[in-house]
Write a new protein. Structure first.
Length: 108
């Protein structure tokens, strides 16, 4: 049985072609990547639709899920930029407890 995957590149390209052709150039660098990570998808969504209002943002945040590779990207970002858990959590809109839990799970 073949597992179906969501084709985010195709979805975002169609949205840009049909509704936001002026923003296409702004998103070209992300859409030209081979595979889109969770962080890339979030960035594309923000570039196209802008920042959501507070209730929408809270709802969306509670329904996000992160793959192992995206968690490792976040922890790598933390290490490269010499940030503590609170700073990383604020940057990615996470709980600092979540960041600490990820560090225990993936870096120990």
């Amino acid at each position: 049985m073949k597992k179906s995957t969501i084709q985010y590149k195709r979805i975002f390209s169609d949205i840009l072609d049909k509704k936001y052709p002026k923003k296409k150039e702004m998103c070209r660098d992300l859409l030209s990547k081979g595979d889109l990570s969770v962080l890339d998808i979030i960035e594309l969504n923000t570039r196209i639709f802008g920042s959501p209002d507070a209730p929408t943002s809270a709802f969306n945040q509670s329904h996000r899920s992160y793959t192992r590779s995206s968690v490792l990207q976040i922890l790598d970002f933390q290490k490269k930029n010499h940030l503590n858990n609170s700073q990383v959590a604020r940057h990615f809109k996470l709980s600092r407890h979540t960041v600490a839990k990820w560090k225990k799970k993936y870096l120990v």
